[in-house]
Write a protein that binds this ligand. Structure first.
Ligand code: SDX
Length: 430
């Protein structure tokens, strides 16, 4: 039996035993909490490549094997058999619901979809072409202005109400942002529609005529939301945990997560992939752009490729690619050149030594935009769609963090490389 400690010896010979902690599956962790006290040194890991920030029961990823599980259930099985509302219940509560639990949860979400009408007035203040991610983070942040009384984080009922409001109201806010951009009137939610049908209705219905929901579109969106629902300690989820660790209002923590997701290195990549495909334009240009992506002196990267954790195929990308084929066929879309271009780009990159040696594979963002575009969703709304799926993951992680009795405020240290102490000089002497 290997000893469950790592022994660290300083250059001066001071020894520290660092305990090893084991999870149910995946890499062990070395607990370094006592390191600074014993050795007066910090660890150093910019970007947290090798750092575990917390203990979690929610999602497990194996980057080498391309494994993703929500509460132990492989994402492939949930994608094939479940719904986003059922997966949301699973992520929030840890177990799949009974029929009655699912019905009650689904009904609760339907009953929370409306916004306080005062919140709608915020949209009158945005320019018509404001980016919907900016509007989403701003209006979600304003929820902390409406709900700061009933937000005692130590109260399980308040934590449930928070989860229901985030899950139910983000689609309404997202659709309101889209309607502002499109110059159309805001469409109120309908409680007789399920989660994705309601979103399609609020996005695409107009008062002038009836709107018929396409079941293919509703099914495709539901699957995309399942695949985007959670992903361990990614940048935006870690942001939510860090902001929430100070005891800040959780709506503000979710707004911080939305802002972090917006970056093109993270959830903003799905919008960047479509912009990149449009820039490449034609399969004849693929070679030129693949060379640009490999050129260290060129800032261009192949958007939708590579991942901090997956050094194999992102299991979500595989499912989304197959779904893209199906959706384009079912919608009888002729304008598939963008999809054909993406397929060809993937083939070229995966046969190039640079991408093979660096384990750069398509990630969740590479194909998702093809489907959103086929459903009539504009590129500027792609990361908003990512946020709608990830909202339940952020909420589940916030609840896990805030319920941890040993929880502390997140406050990392640094390696200081600035000037040593020096005296102030009068301006005449400078
Ligand atoms: C998401 O963390 C999550 O789980 C995120 C996410 C989730 O569900 O929450 O999965 C969602 O954000 C997916 C990733 C979306 N981003 C993109 O598609 C943007 C393009 N990809 C890259 O920017 C990059 O791959 C990252 C940001 C995703 C990962 O970057 P890392 O882990 O910090 O790796 P790195 O930047 O150090 O790259 C390692 C090497 C570098 O070359 P060297 O310095 O070793 O010579 O690979 C190269 C990079 O230059 N590289 C790329 C590349 N990605 C990495 N080269 C060309 N094109 C790329 N896309």
């Amino acid at each position: 039996m290997t000893e469950d400690v790592y022994r660290l010896k300083s250059p001066e010979g001071v020894e520290t035993e660092l305990p090893v902690r084991k999870g149910t599956v995946g890499p062990d962790v070395v607990d370094i909490a006592r390191l600074y006290r014993d050795q007066r040194v910090f660890t150093y890991d910019p970007g947290f490549v090798s750092t575990g920030s917390c203990e979690s029961d929610i999602t497990y990823i194996d980057g080498e094997e391309g494994i993703l599980m929500y509460r132990g259930y492989p994402v492939e099985q949930l994608a094939a058999n479940s719904s986003f509302i059922e997966v949301s219940y699973l992520l929030l509560n840890g177990e799949l619901p009974t029929e009655q639990q699912l019905s009650e949860f689904d009904n609760t979400i339907r009953m929370h979809t409306m916004l306080n009408d005062g919140m709608l007035s915020f949209f009158k203040g945005f320019r018509y072409n404001a980016h919907p991610m900016a509007m989403l983070s701003a209006v979600v942040g304003s929820m902390s202005a409406y709900y700061h009384e009933e937000m005692d984080s130590s109260n399980p009922l308040h934590r449930d109400i928070f989860a229901h409001r985030i899950l139910a109201k983000l689609p309404t806010i997202a659709a309101a942002a889209y309607k502002l951009n499109s110059g159309q009137p805001f469409i109120y939610p309908r409680n007789d529609l399920n989660f994705t049908e309601n979103l399609l209705h609020m996005l695409f219905a107009v008062p002038a005529e009836p709107y018929e929901i396409d079941p293919v579109a509703a099914e495709a969106l539901d699957l995309l939301f399942i695949l985007h629902a959670d992903h361990e300690q990614n940048c935006s989820t870690s942001t939510v945990r860090m902001a929430g660790s100070s005891g800040a209002n959780p709506y503000s923590a979710i707004a911080a997560g939305i802002s972090a997701l917006w970056g093109p290195a993270h959830g903003g990549a799905n919008e960047a992939v479509l912009n990149m495909l449009e820039e490449i334009g034609d399969v004849s240009q693929i070679g030129k752009y693949v060379e640009k992506a490999k050129d260290k002196n060129d800032a261009f990267r192949l958007m939708g490729f590579g991942h901090r954790v997956y050094k194999n195929f992102d299991p979500r990308a595989t499912i989304i690619r197959e779904m893209a084929h199906k959706v384009l066929k079912q919608l009888d879309r002729k304008d598939t050149p963008m999809f054909d271009l993406a397929l060809e780009l993937e083939q070229v990159a995966l046969q190039d030594d640079y991408f093979v040696e660096k384990n750069l594979y398509p990630n969740v963002d590479f194909y998702s935009g093809i489907i959103y575009r086929a459903l009539g969703i504009p590129t500027s709304m792609f990361t908003v769609m990512f946020a709608l799926g990830r909202s339940v993951g952020w909420t589940a992680h916030w609840r896990e963090m805030i319920s941890d009795p040993s929880g502390k405020i997140a406050r990392p240290r640094q390696l200081y490389t600035g000037p040593v102490a020096r005296d102030y000089t009068a301006i005449e002497e400078r």
